[in-house]
Design a binder for this molecule. Sequence first.
Ligand code: SAH
Length: 524
Amino acid sequence: MMSDFGKVFLIGAGPGDPGLLTLRGKEILERADVVVYDRLVSPAILSMCNANAKMVDVGKMPTHHKVKQSEINKLLVQFAQEYPQGIIARLKGGDPFVFGRGGEEALELVDADVEFEIVPGITSAISVPAYAGIPVSHRGIATSFHIITGHEKENAELSLDFEALAKCPGTLIFLMGIANMDFIARRLIECGKDPKTPLAFIEKGTTPYQRTVMATLETAGETIVRENVTAPAITIMGGVVELGKTLAWKKNLPLSGKRLVVTRAAKQSSGISTRLAALGAEVIETPMIETRTLDKPLVVCHPERSEAKSKDLDQNCSADFNALANFDILAFTSTNGVESFFKQLFDAGCDVRVLAGKKIASVGKITEKKLLEYGIRCDYVPEDHTAEGLGKLLASLPADSHLEPNGESKILLLQGNLADDTLLKYLPHATRWIVYETLPVSDLPEWKREAVATADAIVFASTSAVNNFVKLSASADLEFKPLAFCIGRMTESAAKEHGFNTVVSEETTMESLVKKIVEYFGRN
Ligand code: SAH
């Protein structure tokens, strides 16, 4: 008999670049009930996790208390018991079975009769050299490679067979070895390895902070001190290291090494986030608002009362899907609107057949595409993809297609609580249903706090984003670097008021702001 416990997935997060997480890993994270994660996992990967998952940090910075391995093992079992049928994701840097102690965790799960699955990850041992242009094997240079832990601090002599390692002709790759590398290099030389063996330290490989420092076996120790090589870093030794001089392909980009917080809603921010990331920055998307699908659509009965916004939601009455029969045209102005409407429709026990014969209108291409996911093709999409264009288009239809003989509108608008009245200007008699609401974000998850606190700057696109960010950081007791890139003068003055050093874009466009950010970091 299978136990009723949740299932634990030991997932490798890869070396840092979020693109190096496996598809299987991502799929599990999106469905996880609990995510137990390590210090080396990047914020970009944490932000892929199910927004409702319980996030448990077991690898705080070295200065903080770190959860002991035996406690982690116990925690996994405990979560599996607490979440029957649940998904517990144990997210580890690189590959879970390469110096990741994944084996120990799996043994504990077997003992406790908890089902588990291993989702391998791309290990840093191979991928970090690859990002530095160093192939771990190469015809004629290295026919084997060896991955070694350099960790056993006091006992390095005991656990490593330096005689054997010194004789080994393959590439040697040390993980966790920076603190002991001086000792390791000297022992290898003593045991006969060529002191001129080329060697590279690769720090924070595959992340925007990646750095390669070249040395030889005999200069290893002094190079670490001089160049201040710090963990996480790997050390790779052997002839293949020379290839890195020719094959290093990862370019230093204008924003390499910069961590930027973008405070727009995730869906809006992707434009600027993608651009900043393409310029080398690590982007922490921290939306200041979130949307929530209402349990049922609410009818905004009278257009005159359409200013009934979030606070007044309770005063509107909930809609009945039978009332859909009164409308011939359904108009959507956002993907959120589409998703929320269909969720409510399905939750009410209906399906798309209730839309048979109706005409469907969408404000633009993205919303149109979202509708297609539900099997619905749009009849009306304005060429300019604006609410104004949509209003004009629908108002210009033959009267009998959208008006009853008595003048009542047959148009239903499906919108969020903050939608403005543009459409109603053109379609004054249309009925509006509010299907989702927009709320200020009221809490920052723990892992985001750390990311925000260590960011180089914060990007604001509206005064409300500034105000909400300040409120949020005060309640989270968060300190951060007060450098703000602002779009528009209004946003800038709000940020100044809160003590930020500000840089403002020339124009109120994202392009202009991105240009400004690049200019700023180019100079500083
Ligand atoms: N399971 C991991 C290794 C865990 S041990 C894996 O398969 O990659 C942690 C060590 O991995 C660090 O001390 C460092 O040596 C190495 N490491 C992990 N990520 C790294 C990165 N992005 N850049 C350089 N070294 C990294």
